[in-house]
Design a protein around this ligand. Structure first.
Ligand code: 13P
Length: 252
């Protein structure tokens, strides 16, 4: 399986800054990288990403979509419209969407389905909070989020389509507290087992499971060595082209 290094810029970088970023990025000679790259930019930066997208292995997409393609839904983002811009991936169910914007498992399931209907590859984000980890709920929470997010597509798309999972422990996001390679590896292995139940063993091994939460150039190599870590979803460190390049370079 080809590994994936995904950048989640969150609410950072204006269109002008995004253009400067991609110029700096291309000067690093990313064709040397062996993983696929996906940039999840704010919606207004997608055209800047599109200008650079013809490069091999370079993809981009929105950090959120709505589950309807058009209509009276002020402020929302259409999966079909971003696809028309050249986006091929979509981030769905990020923990900041769940906690700050009230997204429920049911809404997230509809978004995963909408992404697939618009030919975007969804990355479904799952992960436990600190309280859930400390009360021994991690596996239960992650399993619930996975099942809720995937059951609809299992039923409707017979899983012929590509998708990925990102495991992001909420306590490790933006805190500098990275999960140890063993902690991350354990939950990734668990996700693989859960996927096996949902889609069958063979298919489960073709679904990339990305780790996210304080990934930095300094810890990327050790995390990447875990057998079930198939890539990264990087927040803060993706805002500097050199750091993001170093992280992507750890995925071999
Ligand atoms: P940080 O890398 O800043 O911890 O963010 C992780 C994240 O939320 C990526 O989606």
């Amino acid at each position: 399986m080809k590994k994936i290094c995904a950048a989640n810029w969150k609410l950072n970088l204006s269109p002008e800054e995004a253009r400067r970023y991609f110029v700096e990025w291309s000067e690093l000679k990313p064709s040397r990288l062996v993983c696929d790259l996906v940039f999840f930019t704010p919606a207004y930066d997608l055209p800047a990403a599109a200008e650079f997208a013809p490069a091999e292995g370079f993809h981009f997409g929105p950090q959120n979509i709505y589950f309807e393609m058009s209509g009276a839904f002020t402020g929302e983002i259409s999966a079909q419209a971003v696809h028309a811009l050249g986006a091929r991936w979509a981030l769905i169910g990020h923990s900041e969407r769940r906690t700050l914007f009230g997204e429920t498992d049911a809404m997230i399931a509809k978004k995963v389905k909408a992404a697939m209907a618009a030919d975007l590859v969804p990355i479904l984000c799952v992960g436990e909070t600190l309280a859930e980890r400390e009360s021994g709920q991690t596996k239960k929470v992650v399993s619930r989020q996975l099942r809720a997010g995937l059951e609809m597509i299992v039923a409707e798309f017979a899983l012929a389509r590509h998708f990925a999972i990102a495991y992001e422990p909420v306590w490790a996001i933006g805190t500098g507290k990275v999960a140890t390679p063993e902690q991350a590896g354990e939950i990734h292995a668990e996700i693989r087992v859960e996927l096996g139940h949902l889609v069958g063993q063979k298919r489960a091994h073709e679904i990339p499971i990305l780790y996210g939460g304080s990934v930095k150039p300094e810890n990327a190599r050790e995390l990447a060595a875990q057998p079930d870590i198939d890539g990264f979803l990087v927040g803060g460190a993706s805002l500097k082209p050199k750091d993001f390049f170093a992280i992507a370079n750890a995925l071999r």
